[in-house]
Write a protein that binds this ligand. Sequence first.
Ligand code: GLC
Length: 646
Amino acid sequence: MNQAAIHKTLAGKPGSKPTSGKLGLLFEKRRAANFTLIQDLFFSLYPEARHTASFESLQKILADHFQNRSAELKLQDLKRQGEGNWYQSGAWAGMQLYVDRFCGDLNKLKDKLPYFEALGINFLHLMPITKRPAGPNDGGYAVNSYSEIDPAYGTDQDFISLTAAFREKGICLMLDFVVNHTSDEFPWALEAKAGNPKYQEYYYTFPDRNLPDLFEQSLPEVFPETSPGNFTYCPQMGRWVMTVFNTYQWDLNYTNPAVFLSMLENLLDLSNKGVDVIRFDALAFLWKKIGTTSQNLPEAHRLIALFRLCLQVVAPGVIILAEAIVAPEEIVRYFGQDILEGNECEIAYNAIFMACLWNSVATKKTRLLRQSLGNLPPKPDTCTWINYIRCHDDIGLGFDDSHISALGWDPHTHRRFLLDYFCQRLEWSPAKGAVFMYNPFTGDGRITGSTASLLGLERAIEEKDASKISTAVRKILMLYGIILAAPGIPLIYAGDEIGMLNDYSYMNEADKVMDSRWINRPIHDWRTVSRLSSEKNHASGIYYGLQHLIALRKQQPGLADTRSIRYHDAGNDHLFVFERDGESDNGILILANFDDSPQVVRTSLLGALGYLREGQFQNLIDGKTKKVRSGLLEISPGELLWLRKC
Ligand code: GLC
């Protein structure tokens, strides 16, 4: 029985109201249920006997934070445990946004709740909102504080009141926990710079280049263009410090238990503010070891499980998303394996799905998509995916080379083609993206650009070409219609719902100009929003199309995460075909045409799967029943069908 199952048993019958005495007992029961594993994990990471006192501190941290958790949140924890895996319901539809760029601040965000409601959004990922350096700060991922809200966004009270409003509306809130690094202005970093040896041990600091040079032999570079290497010399401190991301983001040293304990407090404080899902940022990097890439190490997994089990004791209604944009077989390990199964993260980004969708857009072929998804290592039944097309970061081309070679393509040349296709190096391509972190030595690079600009809308508008505009709109809805039908939580990037284009203003801002990811983080266009109902244009087409698809998704029990998925070879490589819940009457067959010409699928396939009867099929998206006259069903360019089982 995994820990979640033990908790469920302890929580008692769903709906039974806990008394305050029962709530008090609950902590003891949860602590007891998790104690052995917490202890084993803690001492496997921090084996020396001198760490016994740290383990005692850990227990006090748990008790204090349980004590501080509000009765309302404790009841919510119980309710969620009673409901089972609430995050696997098909009713979630998510949106990701920067509060300042979306609407200004936290209070104004509260005023936007009707906007989310109208679109059907009930899961929000707010990008970092706590204090950060005034200059470059990686969009808030360089943190000066884990708990104090940046005054530009509002006050702590504004935040607490926002979380209460979200709870009232049934909106699930996801926030980041930047667990791998702090900014170089964080109080610990300031102490370290001032020469305090205690805090120098909170980071990886070194008096000379000896150990950094050894690390560098096997460490890859995350930001080779703007922040080459993994160490930065700090003249104030007179030492080198590990900075795997930007030079101003100092990597935390988790070999020091004091770091773990302080970060655990930060995690539990965040949970006690009413956050539902905590996004563990850059968690693959948590443990460093000379001679390795210092990514995905077993110790990192144990550390995450330790955080998770402590969270289970204090706030079992809160769950963790793994931000691990690594190879698929590594991603699934963040769900927990072997003894840690069900004890790491409940959610992970389906990064390969996202990357393969873009591959299909460029190549107009779907075999890589089908094969990569078909070969995804299975995830535990209790875990789920975030499915997305774009996020605030770049699109990496992390496909499995063997899958590309199996298609008869050369992996290096193929990646080169994708960069050329999306980043304006091919005259005929409709995409308008930018290259991110190009490495001239390896030829590797990543892609940035808004969904709409990458799918041709920006160029089509420039050319005032109505037919190209409608093609781009269809493609946007097709990609979103695919992830809305996939198992997991669909996450829309704010602005995509109205087809927002690239934002080039970052080029004029000194703290952003070096980071082309800002091209894809537009300031929300409320003027366009105000005209959605009165004007018929590409923005309203996308908005209402998406609104419809979200509503439809919520009505289909067959699209819940727990229902099956099967990928079908339609005998036509331009078509992506998959089926949800095919074994039941709720079955749905999804067909999408990635080509720029009409494509056909044999009706015998539809008939054999149960989606065609007496030559007729029903498309859930337009609600129409149509007759097929020949043995072939034609699908227009960029068209998406959700067929109902008949
Ligand atoms: C994550 C974030 C990214 C950030 C990095 C460093 O990958 O998504 O935006 O730059 O972590 O914090």
